[in-house]
Design a protein around this ligand. Structure first.
Ligand SMILES: Nc1ncnc2c1ncn2[C@@H]1O[C@H](COP(=O)(O)OP(=O)(O)OP(=O)(O)O)[C@@H](O)[C@H]1O
Ligand SMILES: [Zn+2]
Length: 611
């Protein structure tokens, strides 16, 4: 008998010892019994016969993880505080050695002088940030880098945000690289995935463009990782392990000796601070944008309606942004002032008119619209803070000869729907598009003459040290969708006009000023860690966090910023408590975090969300 240490895929357990008659190679995927179940594991190493009896390996698969992959997974387990098996499970295993095929390509792209400078800058730095205005030609530079990487016999990973894989981007990639490029994201079918993996092994596919899971494909010979729209928060995983694909890209680059490039028109303060940056200014669009402000009443004010009317008369298209989905966000009793809350979450129910229902956006609980206040019985219930559905409805009533399209997660649920709507919009079959954050994401709209930005003060006022950074980036990204040809207008409804007036034309200045505010308090100067506990019994959730806090007092290099009820105190019937720690050293934070494992709390290293 031989004995092996086996890491259990997807399980939070530490590696266990199993035995086998056969000689097993490290890295191979095996099937093993665990209590009464059969699970998959990865052979880590051969070990001495233990003093206890162990179970036998049932089956050895042909798939395996390379030593490099296991090394990367070990880092993920350490840094994001999960088991090795959970970290390994992020990766797609190899099924065979990759054949080495040198693919020669020629994109025939002629870069401008300034783009050439950016290209050389990137060539001469192992990691870099391309801070380029919208339309400054970042994507063309990426393509040129892909070409060079392929011609050097290496592979490319091109990461895009969840919704950034637009039909336009696909077309551009296919145009230049044909069958050498594959698109990868969680929604493609298992069959398609298998076909892609096969072609990767055969060396036919050497560029993978995809969402964050594309970082974990069996690529043996990566020469370049590009993270486009690096400010986008969809690179951060919302589940354990709560990794950030952008940060992992930088780590992978270092370990695999691959170049890593982050790109954005509105980079994060962290990337701007830590990476060598090339500032690419100007735009290839022949356009000018005029920014206007409305500091009056909220919602579809006179000024807003007038601006839309003017744009429509000039045969221009309009986009309207607001941060809220549904018809209304708050349903309030006029007599007692109570909000109607979800019975399972401490958040207001949203009104979805077409479903004739109130719906919770956190747990999806749905109930009929009440006629009287559930608290006091009064029959005057009013709705406040309009959402995308309501604004769409109001606009289609007012501009009844024009086509209005809602553009958010309620309306755009599939990739097909997304590309259909975008195509219709670009064919000018839609006049007004009303949407949430989805509107701002890298889409290339040709005919937009006006962008209206509503409800932005709610975002600016969020209790999050990144609120200013996130909001300004969002407004700038939306503004960047306008006037890609000719004259365009942006109308921002805000009582913080001064902030936007000061910084909208100069994001770089904002970043430099913001650095001053963060010094000594927040990232990128401090490392942060968030600990969450959730329990159906409020006492339990609270006790756990208090235990975490008292443990934390023994670690001299960390500072507990605060702890208590989370911003959203209850979700899906579980009470939520949180604790925030910061330190100059990630090592100190991790030492603390790893001692918390027995408490079954959730650990979020470098958190982005504080709700
Ligand atoms: N060297 C060039 N010569 C001519 N046209 C160019 C050149 N580089 C880019 N363009 C054109 O300019 C437009 C914007 O370029 P590109 O999409 O690469 O910019 P971007 O910075 O990636 O934009 P976004 O911020 O929207 O992602 C495109 O239509 C592109 O074809
Ligand atoms: Zn709920």
């Amino acid at each position: 008998m031989h004995y092996y240490l086996v890491s259990l895929l997807k399980s939070p357990l530490s590696p266990l010892t199993y035995c086998s008659d056969a000689i097993l190679e490290a890295g191979f995927v095996v099937e093993i019994p665990l209590s009464k179940r059969i699970v998959q594991g990865v052979v880590l190493e051969r070990v001495e016969k233990p003093s206890f009896a162990c179970e036998e390996v049932l089956l050895t698969y042909k798939t395996f993880y390379t030593p490099k992959t296991v090394e990367l997974a070990r880092f993920i387990a350490e840094y994001y505080v999960c088991s090795l098996g959970e970290a390994l499970a992020l990766f797609t295993p190899f099924s065979q050695k990759t054949l080495h095929v040198n693919q020669k390509v020629n994109t025939h792209i002629a870069l401008s002088a300034e783009q050439e400078n950016a290209f050389s800058f990137i060539e001469s730095h192992p990691n870099a940030l391309l801070f380029g205005d919208t339309g400054s030609g970042k994507t063309e530079i990426y393509m040129k880098l892909f070409e060079a990487t392929l011609n050097a016999g290496k592979q490319v990973v091109f990461l895009l945000p969840e919704i950034g894989l637009t039909p336009q981007m696909k077309n551009r990639l296919k145009h230049h690289f044909g069958t050498h490029v594959a698109i990868w994201h969680s929604k493609i079918s298992a069959k398609k995935k298998e076909a892609i993996l096969q072609e990767i092994h055969e060396g036919k596919i050497c560029i993978v463009a995809g969402t964050r899971s594309a970082l974990f494909l069996p690529l043996e010979n990566i020469g370049l990782i590009v993270v486009d729209e690096e400010h986008d928060e969809s690179y951060k995983s919302g589940n354990r392990p709560r990794y950030n694909a952008k940060d992992l890209a930088l780590l992978f680059g270092q370990k695999l000796k691959a170049k890593v490039l982050l790109g954005s028109a509105t980079p994060t303060l962290s990337s701007f601070h830590k990476l060598p940056t090339f500032r690419l200014k100007g735009t290839f669009f022949e356009a000018s944008t005029h920014i206007m402000y409305d500091d009056g009443e909220h919602g579809l004010s006179h000024k807003v309606v007038q601006a839309i009317e003017k744009a429509l008369k000039a045969k221009k298209q309009v986009i309207v942004f607001l941060p809220t989905r549904a018809n209304f966000k708050y349903i309030t009793c006029k007599a007692c002032g109570a909000h109607i809350e979800c019975p399972f979450c401490s958040v207001g129910m949203s009104l979805h008119q077409h479903m004739h229902a109130l719906k919770c956006h956190y747990c999806n609980y749905t109930e009929a619209i009440p006629h009287v206040c559930p608290k006091c019985g009064h029959d005057e219930i009013v709705a406040t803070r309009m959402g995308t559905a309501e604004v769409s409805l109001k606009l289609s009533e007012h501009f009844c000869e024009h086509v209005v399209q809602q553009f958010d997660r309620d309306e755009v649920k599939t990739e097909k729907k997304l590309s259909d709507i975008l195509a219709q919009f670009n064919e000018h079959k839609i006049d007004i598009m009303v949407g949430t954050q989805m509107l701002s994401k890298g889409h290339d709209y040709h005919g937009v003459g006006l962008a209206v930005i509503l409800g932005i003060d709610a975002l600016l006022g969020m209790s999050d040290f990144r609120a200013r950074e996130k909001t300004l980036a969002l407004v700038q990204q939306i503004a960047g969708r306008v006037g890609r040809k000719g004259y365009g207008e942006v109308l921002i409804q805000s009582k913080n006009g001064d902030f936007f007036k000061h910084y909208l034309s100069d994001f770089e200045q904002f970043l430099n000023d913001e650095l001053g505010f963060r010094k000594g308090l927040y990232p990128p100067f401090k490392k942060m860690l968030r600990v969450m506990s959730a329990h159906v019994k409020e006492e339990k959730a609270k006790e756990s966090i208090e235990k975490v806090a008292s443990l934390g007092k023994h670690f001299s290099q960390i500072e507990i910023v605060g702890y208590g009820k989370a911003n959203i105190a209850k979700i899906a019937n579980k009470y939520r408590y949180e604790l925030l720690v910061r330190s100059d050293s990630s090592k100190a934070l991790l030492e603390f975090a790893h001692t918390l494992k027995p408490l079954h709390v959730e650990i979020d290293m470098d958190p982005l969300s504080f709700s």
